[in-house]
Design a protein around this ligand. Sequence first.
Ligand SMILES: Nc1ncnc2c1ncn2[C@@H]1O[C@H](COP(=O)(O)OP(=O)(O)OP(=O)(O)O)[C@@H](O)[C@H]1O
Ligand SMILES: N[C@@H](CCO)C(=O)O
Length: 326
Amino acid sequence: MAVYTDVSEDQLKSFLTEYDVGTLLSCKGIAEGVENSNFLLKTTTGFYILTLYEKRVAAADLPFFLGLMDHLSQNGLSCPLPIPRLDGESLGELAGRPAAMVSFLDGAWLRKPQAIHCREVGRAMAEMHVAGADFQIRRENALTVGNWRPLWDGSRTRADEVQPGLRAEIDQALSDLELHWPQGLPEGVIHADLFPDNVFFIEDSLSGLIDFYFACNDFLAYDVAICLNAWCFEPDGAFNLTKGMALIDGYQSVRPLSAAEAEALPVLSRGAALRFFLTRLHDWLTTPEGALVVKKDPLEYLRKLRFHRQIGSSVEYGLRRKDMVS
Ligand SMILES: Nc1ncnc2c1ncn2[C@@H]1O[C@H](COP(=O)(O)OP(=O)(O)OP(=O)(O)O)[C@@H](O)[C@H]1O
Ligand SMILES: N[C@@H](CCO)C(=O)O
């Protein structure tokens, strides 16, 4: 459930006078999502998404997120386009929160993506990487290798409550990643949370990407690793090589991976698994019972981390052998 802040009709109507979007016809809270409060607005000119940014999104980062969506849309990527206010700004304030409106994207996310969808998401991610190359604002990744230890320290003493032995296992996995994290790979703007619920499809065609609120500058291939984890495992925990191959082929049809990126996929995939394990574990341990937010299972990502630990080469993710040499 993600409507944390209530908005009265009067507040909303007064907010909309700052925009050239016609007259309000209806406003519905959107239950999905966990970070922000989202509303679907219908006005005499069409549908819009209104987002009130809650505390987990730093106000200082909003110009990056909104500027990025604007930049990517202008460069041909299908993603929400921030609607400018009459004063030319994208960001306003509503009910005491920073707030913005973006265009509505048609489509729906897939509960059971297949290999053809993985290919599409790989391609769209590479298009995003290319379109973001000349975006001028920078945002460091607040959830990369250097940030994992403080995050882990907040959960570490209680980890064995979730699964006996977890503390020692993650201690070891984290130290190993800190030691072996790659350096010097090609960097750029990454989405960093391109899970199935952030990719819309109409029939089998990808219609757009949403939710850029973890986007940042980091290794481009790290985004590929995040997607391998999010798209290519089956509910029983098995890695689906056909999906991995489709995702990587889709990506490389737009932006071929360098040999160094290809070689780094196993360590990047371990890191991506640990990153989502750690945020999920934190939420698991700190979200009060009875809260309306659905907690995501950290152990799903522990299983993915274990899978990547026994990977010998990126060929096991579906990378073709010819792409492993420069
Ligand atoms: N531009 C859009 N067009 C259509 N629907 C949208 C759009 N943006 C958001 N939505 C709807 O709102 C829901 C929540 O959006 P979003 O995922 O951005 O929420 P969030 O709370 O910021 O994110 P999350 O919890 O996934 O990090 C989406 O699942 C989708 O149904
Ligand atoms: N995609 C994240 C949630 C935050 O967007 C996860 O599955 O843990």
